[in-house]
Design a protein around this ligand. Structure first.
Ligand SMILES: NC(=O)c1ccc[n+]([C@@H]2O[C@H](COP(=O)([O-])OP(=O)(O)OC[C@H]3O[C@@H](n4cnc5c(N)ncnc54)[C@H](O)[C@@H]3O)[C@@H](O)[C@H]2O)c1
Ligand SMILES: N[C@H](C(=O)O)[C@H](O)COP(=O)(O)O
Length: 331
């Protein structure tokens, strides 16, 4: 039986909806159920000159493979008409409602995984709603106090110790407890979800030159090194802390299953330089499968049909294989 995925197209003024309409023109070995405004999807299909049959989703039927040209939809209306490329704070609540309903469908077992399109964090904040990202939202919705953001391309996996917070708040968030729990979640996911029998993780330092022996910052000496030493006593293969500037070189990456970066813009620019357009954002540590695209709302391209659907496609196929893997392992 094919798996059933819940999909949120994200910000209705961004490229998410049209990328989904584009991808719906091909077959998938899974049922795709979109949580979104039906009319907005029809309009985006029209904007980019594609045809789409929209069918009401029904969780009481056996999941069927996705057939090109159709989309099953749980209709959640926008508050205001959504115009491609033009943000409207009125629709912030709609965006979060699509996420809530799609997540709850996974928690309830109606869907086997969640794939999210890009949201515009700033417009949600402009609407007066505290929101820093899907990763944090999903942790709260799933009642989990620690999750890990990992972006993966075919060549590289980069996980983060801290996610969406100002750079000035990063050092205080690099605590021994945080680093240990993130490493544990990553280590376990590499074994259970990515088939690495004895994962090798390359851990970056926080400061230039990994602190230059304490002359350029003490987080390595005070926190990172002692934490890694403790975890190595479990027999885990943890390299580092390595200076971030030279860690992403072939010699270091050759035998590593994932790089653990201390903060968002230490790790993700390298991953996106290498794999933008085919990389996938995966949330580790949730009770549900969740993947997403490697890009944002690309308002400059919205409605043009020119946005690249490679990462959304990769997010869908990764979620399908993760959901198949987890349903096989639950029997
Ligand atoms: N998964 C997510 O929800 C997610 C991920 C990243 C950024 N964002 C949000 O998106 C908003 C805009 O962020 P940004 O401007 O930093 O990044 P962005 O990814 O939207 O755009 C950066 C550049 O990449 C281009 N680009 C993005 N997606 C593309 C695609 N599919 N095909 C071709 N070109 C593409 C854009 O045109 C732009 O030039 C922010 O609010 C940010 O928080 C959301
Ligand atoms: N940090 C992600 C990126 O740069 O691609 C992006 O902001 C999405 O994060 P969430 O999945 O937590 O929204």
């Amino acid at each position: 039986m094919p798996v059933r995925l819940a999909i949120t197209p994200g910000e209705p003024a961004g490229v998410g909806p049209e990328l989904l309409v584009k991808l719906a023109q091909q077959d998938f070995n899974a049922e795709l159920v979109v949580f979104a405004d039906r009319e907005m999807l029809r309009q985006r299909a029209k904007d980019i000159g594609l045809h789409l049959d929209i069918i009401d989703a029904d969780f009481n039927t056996t999941p069927q493979r996705h057939r090109a040209g159709q989309l099953q939809v749980v209709n959640i209306p926008c508050s205001s008409p959504a115009i491609a490329g033009i943000l409207n704070a009125d629709n912030a609540k709609y965006v979060l409602e699509t996420l809530r309903q799609a997540t709850d469908a996974c928690i309830a077992g109606h869907c086997d995984g969640l794939v999210t399109g890009p949201v515009q964090k700033s417009i949600i904040n402009d609407a007066g709603i505290a929101f820093s990202g899907h990763t944090e939202f999903l942790a709260e919705r799933c009642n989990v106090d620690k999750v890990v953001m990992m972006l993966a391309s075919e060549q590289l996996r980069v996980a983060l110790v801290t996610t969406h917070l100002p750079l000035s708040a990063v050092p205080a968030a690099i605590t021994s407890d945080n680093l240990q729990r993130v490493t544990e979640i990553l280590h376990s996911a590499l074994i259970q979800q990515f088939g690495c029998q004895q994962p090798r993780i390359l851990v970056l330092g926080l400061n230039p030159h990994a602190g230059e022996g304490g002359h350029m910052g003490r987080e390595e000496i005070d926190t990172i090194i002692p934490c890694l030493e403790q975890l190595r006593q479990r027999g885990w293969q943890l390299d580092g802390p390595l200076p971030a500037d030279t860690a992403f070189t072939p010699r270091h990456l050759e035998h590593c299953d994932a790089v653990l970066a201390m903060y968002h813009d230490q790790g993700l620019p390298v991953l996106k330089y290498q794999g933008f357009g085919q990389a996938v954002n995966i949330t580790l540590g949730l009770p549900i499968v969740r993947t997403s695209v490697d890009h944002g709302t690309a308002l400059d391209l919205a409605g043009s049909g020119r946005a690249d659907s490679g990462s959304f496609n990769a997010a869908l196929t990764t979620a399908i294989s993760m959901a198949e893997h987890s349903s096989r392992n639950s029997y």
